[in-house]
Design a protein around this ligand. Structure first.
Ligand SMILES: Nc1ncnc2c1ncn2[C@@H]1O[C@H](COP(=O)(O)OP(=O)(O)OP(=O)(O)O)[C@@H](O)[C@H]1O
Ligand SMILES: [Mg+2]
Length: 362
């Protein structure tokens, strides 16, 4: 079976350790800091946090996980939070409700499938009251502490400021519960956590996970995964996978997976052939992506970035025949907002290394 894997579900055996980052975040947890784990999409936030959650579990600290993307309403948030917490305490949802919400029993019921909770408040006010209580009771037990992971935290914006306000009040009270918010869309994350007008202002420390995987561990992972699944791969082929993927976690898996499916004995030229296939398969999508940027300089700027020549200098603008330099910074902002490009160590790069290769070949 193909040992490389792309998907939302965390697979420990396909996980390349981010040891340094894990250690740093664990220290932050130990100091009871709430954390915003930020990285552009597909950079491995969820996998990183899933692994962290397993490691913390080994240390006796449980975690609750809520995906804010698929959580549509505050009511649903309440249901999920309590369901998750009930699981940790090994209670059925109903037992949990009886224990902590005895005064509100009639507002809860067990969902059709028999495993989930449904929260049907009798009034709007009850929603906020129960939200507050659901969060507060996380700390009433004699547990060692708890981590609450809120994945896709940028989606909290849809819940409104009252939700954020209650979260803030609770967070400020709790010492043993750590909240870890995972988010992409930097501008929304900045807005929620680092703008004074927002309730959650400065209630969490930002940790930037836009970091590429470590070279040695990735190399080791690719090699052993091929060998253990009965395939042969040359060292230069492994290096070529690494070079094209740029050590971006998703693309390490994607290119390796493609190569694994291609042949049983892999050389450098096979990797190149797989890259060409990926480019071909994405041709329509990539062209569309460029068109949708809606600027006559889109390709020029992407090419500048891909060839590491991007700059606002007059010289560069002349070289690339850019006649209205003022429009460039707006275009760059737009590309960044769409997460087509991102800033790594102060320099713009194209997020998707396959797209970058496509741009280079145009
Ligand atoms: N540390 C890692 N080692 C190996 N592969 C990884 C690692 N982290 C992520 N991946 C790969 O990248 C894919 C995307 O990772 P993940 O879903 O964690 O990203 P994300 O930042 O949460 O993305 P999104 O913004 O879409 O939620 C995973 O399915 C997996 O294939
Ligand atoms: Mg994710």
């Amino acid at each position: 079976m193909n040992p490389f894997y792309i998907g939302r579900e965390f697979k420990k055996e396909a996980f390349i350790d981010r040891e340094k980052e894990t250690e740093e975040v664990m220290k932050m947890i130990e100091s009871s800091n709430n954390i915003v784990l930020y990285a552009p999409r597909r950079f491995g936030k969820t996998w990183f946090a899933r692994n962290l959650s397993e490691l913390m579990k080994d240390r006796g600290i449980d975690s609750v996980w809520i995906d804010m993307f698929s959580t549509v309403t505050v009511k649903q948030f309440i249901s999920r939070l309590n369901e998750e917490r009930a699981k940790i305490l090994k209670l059925t949802p109903l037992e949990y409700v009886r224990k902590f919400f005895a005064d509100h029993l009639s507002s809860f019921s067990v969902s059709a499938a028999g495993i989930g909770l449904e929260f049907k408040p009798s009034s709007e006010a009850e929603i906020w009251e129960i939200l507050f209580k659901s969060l507060m009771v996380l700390e009433t037990s004699e547990s060692n502490g708890l981590i609450v992971f809120l994945d896709e935290a940028q989606e909290m914006a849809k819940m409104g400021k009252q939700f954020e306000g209650i979260l803030r009040t609770v967070i400020q009270h709790q010492r043993k519960t750590v909240y870890i918010f995972l988010g992409s869309r930097n501008s929304i994350i900045e807005e929620i956590f680092f703008k004074k007008e927002h309730p959650l202002f400065k209630s969490a420390i930002k940790y930037d996970l836009s970091k590429y995987l470590p070279h040695d561990k990735t190399e080791e992972f690719i090699k052993t995964s091929f060998v253990n699944s009965g395939k042969a791969i040359s060292n230069s082929a492994v290096e070529t996978i690494i070079r094209f993927s740029k050590l971006h976690p998703l693309y390490v898996q994607l290119i390796s997976s493609e190569v694994w499916n291609f042949k049983d004995k892999i050389d450098e030229s096979d990797v190149r052939e797989c890259i060409s296939k990926l480019l071909e398969r994405n041709d329509y999508f990539f062209r569309n992506q460029i068109e949708n940027i809606n600027s006559k300089y889109a390709l020029a700027v992407l090419k500048m970035i891909a060839s590491d020549e991007f700059s606002y200098s007059a010289e560069t603008q002349i070289k690339w025949e850019i006649k209205s330099p003022a429009s460039i910074s707006k275009l760059v902002d737009n590309l960044e907002e769409k997460e087509i490009i991102l800033k790594v160590n102060g320099k713009y790069v194209i997020e998707d290394p396959i797209f970058e290769e496509f741009i280079k070949r145009m």
